[in-house]
Write a protein that binds this ligand. Structure first.
Ligand code: FAD
Length: 447
């Protein structure tokens, strides 16, 4: 048996389904996919992260007697050449549910048989169906139905099948980042640590996670999203490390939100582009307000700080994602798809299903989303979660001398005529009322 082990979003050796099921002569490979890379800016930090992770995977595979062939090109063409020359029996790979991944895999499947494995998530999306065999649309019953899983202390991990033989191949090619058109970038401090270290460090934060996770000037969360996205750690490994500690329930539940959004996208692929709940909404198409949101010049300190931080670092705290997404979809009444696309371009931890699901949640168009009449007031949010303006002032240096109370008051800063800060682009109360009215009047289609 000759197999290709195609690493994609599972850049690890432990708890790896493809290494577990591999059997025979194997060619592990990773493709720097031109279809994806050609769409990215040359300073995209994610490429530096993936590049480092791929080299690390190569090292780890060598430690178990294998290696990693690295390619730079179009997957379809690469598989055509490999197949013509070596005639493999099958390719093993991890699952991916977004539209590009589905299309790419279909193309490769025409060249050689593909076995998809589901170790990027805790469950296969077909493992949690209602009694009528249809998928859940609400998180809580979905979660409850998985009680046997989340109530267990550990979930069995995949072992590595030891008797694989390294396929005879030239494994020496390693493209340089610059040859692929990318500039090596510095990464945030936590991406210099291993995911195991982050997991261990998180144990000391666990006791206060439920509260602290809301305060964006605190480092109260695990910072594991990027590692989970590219599979340097599996969700099972995270579960098994954390679950045994007291007060882990809330965190474990968050891991299941990740499951839920992947489950929703799998069962309803059209939700990548269309409102999941079938609501027909006539959004505004104001490009100027969208640009102000993207650039962080809305005149609303919390929104501007969050967006400018995202633009320079690729990072944005969960609560700030909710506040900025609510502002875009409710106060500016712009399509969630615009915000989703922008986050996809910027987020280090961008993951199609979580991003789409969360944007639809914020826009009140998704599965189990926030009710349309619940609109986050950005000023109230910043007063509650950044009372002293620690986060805001760390980003908006021009506001460093401002009384924190003014940061949380609509057009509070602008009352001082000597301050060089834009006027708020929208009236919060009025825009909230307009959005609620529009939602009330939208027609609900059959779903
Ligand atoms: P922790 O709080 O430590 O949580 C641990 C893990 O649980 C996370 O790493 C993540 O995998 C999962 N998780 C936590 N909260 C959520 C959630 N609400 N939905 C889904 N999974 C969750 N998360 C992404 O991984 N990729 C995205 O592209 C993404 N886009 C988002 C867009 C919007 C508008 C919003 C509101 C949320 C989005 N999230 C996304 C969810 C969440 O903000 C991040 O997972 C979280 O901030 C990552 O930080 P952390 O690893 O420290 O999380």
């Amino acid at each position: 048996m000759k197999q290709i082990l195609w690493f994609r979003r599972d850049l690890r050796v432990d708890d790896s389904a493809i290494l577990h099921y591999a059997n025979g002569e194997v060619l592990p490979l990773f493709i720097f996919d031109k279809n994806i890379l050609n769409r990215l800016e040359s300073d995209d930090k994610r490429v530096t992260f993936i590049y480092k992770s791929v080299l690390n995977l190569k090292k780890k595979l060598k430690n178990i007697g294998l290696d990693l062939a690295i390619f730079y090109g179009y997957p379809e063409k690469i598989f055509q050449i490999l197949q013509k020359k070596h005639n493999f029996d099958t390719v093993l790979c991890s699952c991916d549910f977004d539209s590009y991944a589905i299309k790419r895999d279909k193309e490769v499947e025409c060249i050689l048989p593909m076995r998809r494995l589901y170790d990027s998530y805790l469950i296969h999306p077909n493992d949690a169906l209602k009694s009528d065999d249809t998928p859940y649309k609400i998180f809580t019953p979905f979660y409850k139905s998985l009680y046997p899983l989340w109530s267990s202390d550990t979930i069995e991990e995949y072992s590595v099948f030891q008797n694989n033989i390294k396929f005879d191949f030239d494994y020496t090619f390693i493209p340089k980042l610059t040859d692929m058109g990318f500039v090596p970038k510095d990464l945030p401090y936590f991406l210099e640590k291993s995911p195991d270290t982050l997991c261990t460090e998180f144990i000391s934060k666990l006791g206060h996670y439920e509260d602290n996770r809301n305060y964006f000037y605190l480092d109260g969360t695990s910072n594991l999203a990027v590692y989970l996205r590219f599979g340097l750690i599996s969700p099972k490994q995270v579960f098994n490390t954390i679950k045994k500690y007291p007060k882990s329930e809330f965190f474990i539940r968050e891991l299941f939100w990740r499951e839920f959004y992947a489950y929703i996208l799998y069962h309803k692929p059209s939700s990548e582009f269309e409102n999941y709940n079938g609501k027909e909404i006539v959004w505004s198409e104001n490009k100027d307000t969208f640009k102000a949101w993207c650039d962080g010049v809305t005149g609303i300190p919390i929104i501007d700080a969050a967006m400018r931080h995202l633009n320079t670092t690729g990072l944005i705290h969960n609560r700030l994602r909710m506040i900025t997404a609510s502002f875009l979809t409710k106060n500016l009444f712009l399509p969630w798809q615009w915000g989703e696309k922008y986050f996809a371009k910027k987020l280090l931890d961008y993951d199609a299903s979580s991003n789409i699901g969360s944007w639809q949640w914020s826009a009140s168009t998704g599965a189990d989303s926030v009710p349309y009449f619940r609109v986050f007031n950005p000023y109230t949010q910043s007063a509650k979660f950044d009372k002293d303006g620690v986060f805001i002032k760390s980003i908006l240096k021009e506001l460093i001398e401002v009384d924190p109370k003014l940061l949380h008051k609509e057009n509070g800063i602008q009352e001082n005529l000597f301050m060089d800060y834009p006027s708020a682009i929208v009236d919060i109360k009025l825009s909230r009322a307009n959005a609620i009215n529009k939602f009330k009047n939208e027609r609900l289609q059959e779903i």
